[in-house]
Ligand binder design. Structure first.
Ligand code: PLP
Length: 369
């Protein structure tokens, strides 16, 4: 029986082996194993790709969120508005600064933050709003930007799943004050290890994030503040520069797969398809459907060779990290998504034809449940 794997992070290495191996050899021969031209070249290319003026490479996607919050002096006593439905790292970034997480429930259509509910979440303590472009689907940011500007708030995009996603004619990462990206191997632009970056038009913010990730020093041994160590590894930067040249091609493949699913699954009973916001182009990190008998469907698909996954099976406010402080709250849409979501295979390891075949299996399986 044909197996349809959910994810294949080795595929991009195999398909670009000669370029990757050359990037490795060049970097090793350069003798520059921290910073240097490999990092600077990738930062310049990625800023340009996102349509932002500056890019600062950091150790991972979590730090790409934490450091700009810290750079703006956000900490204990401050509040940051986040979507209730997101990967927990968005919340943990806020918690790491000592600020308070203020979750807003999801929009039942887009599964992203419910934009109508954001204004009521703003208090005198609010310092930032963090839209998360979940599953690669950009949150339209024009209204959020006006709201943030009117209240003097930072608008920090969690774009960890949305490399190349678009809101109008702007790319994810360039829609607010700053955008945070992860290069975790499974992301749309993935390294072969950990990595992350923040992009922004604000030179002072970029400078402060770089300083915070470099032991609080702009100049060696001149430590202005208690910073940490969060730098993009040059070897990963060299690999990422190669992969960035192929990202648009991979995104086009993801879009073709999503279109094939959309076309084939529209009439399947009780199956809800993902619906990115009008005026946006998703980067299709994940293709997440919803079905009331999600667990049975997942198991039945596995028996037919289709690997599906869950993003995410548990709510953040009930997790061990937040249950004590936020477990009493109720986010009905988020709870419904966590109970019914199912991610179908999508990625550059697949073709639109594979998606049509998978869709056929999904259709038959749902009808037999
Ligand atoms: C992956 C991810 C992160 C964290 O990235 P890491 O590189 O794993 O630290 C943050 N937010 C979202 C939405 C993510 O998907």
């Amino acid at each position: 029986m044909r197996q349809y794997t959910f994810l294949d992070v080795h595929h991009t290495y195999a398909s670009l082996k000669a370029e990757m191996d050359a990037a490795y050899s060049d970097l090793m021969a350069s003798g520059m194993y921290i910073g240097g031209t490999a990092v600077a070249n990738f930062e310049a290319a990625f800023a340009d790709y996102c349509g932002a003026k500056h890019c600062v490479g950091v150790g991972n996607g979590l730090d790409a969120l934490v450091l700009p919050l810290r750079a703006r002096g956000i900490g204990p006593g401050d509040e940051v508005i986040v979507p209730a439905h997101t990967f927990i790292a968005s919340w943990l970034a806020v918690a790491q600064t000592g600020a308070t997480v203020v979750p807003v429930d999801a929009d039942p259509k887009t599964m992203n933050i419910d934009l109508d509910k954001v204004p009521a979440a703003i208090t005198a303590k609010t310092r930032a709003i963090m839209p998360v472009h979940l599953y690669g689907a950009p949150v339209p940011c024009a209204d959020l930007r006006r709201l943030a500007d009117a209240h003097g708030l930072m608008l920090l995009e969690d774009a960890a799943q949305a490399h190349g996603g678009e809101d109008g004619n702007r790319r994810a990462g360039s829609l607010g004050t700053a955008g945070a990206f992860s290069f975790y191997p499974g992301k749309n632009l993935g390294a072969f290890g950990d990595g992350g970056a923040m992009v922004t038009d604000d030179a002072d913010l970029a400078d402060a994030v770089r300083m915070l990730g470099n032991y609080g020093a702009r100049i060696k041994y001149e430590h202005e503040t208690a910073g940490g160590n969060s730098r993009l590894d040059p070897l990963q930067a060299a690999f990422l520069s190669v992969k960035l040249r192929h990202l648009d091609g991979w995104t086009a493949t993801r879009r073709a797969i999503a279109e094939a699913y959309d076309a084939a699954l529209g009439d399947v009973p009780d199956l809800r398809l993902p619906m990115p916001s009008a005026g946006t182009q998703s980067a299709w990190h994940l293709y997440v459907v919803r079905h009331p008998k999600r667990d049975a469907l997942k198991e039945a698909l596995a028996a037919c060779g289709v690997q599906a996954a869950l993003h995410y099976p548990h709510t953040n406010h009930h997790s061990g990290a937040f249950a004590d402080t936020l477990g009493h709250m109720s986010f009905p849409v988020t709870e419904e998504i966590c109970a019914t979501c199912l991610s179908l295979p999508i990625g550059p390891h697949m073709s639109a034809q594979d998606a049509s075949e998978i869709a056929h299996i999904v259709d038959q399986t749902v009808r037999a449940l």
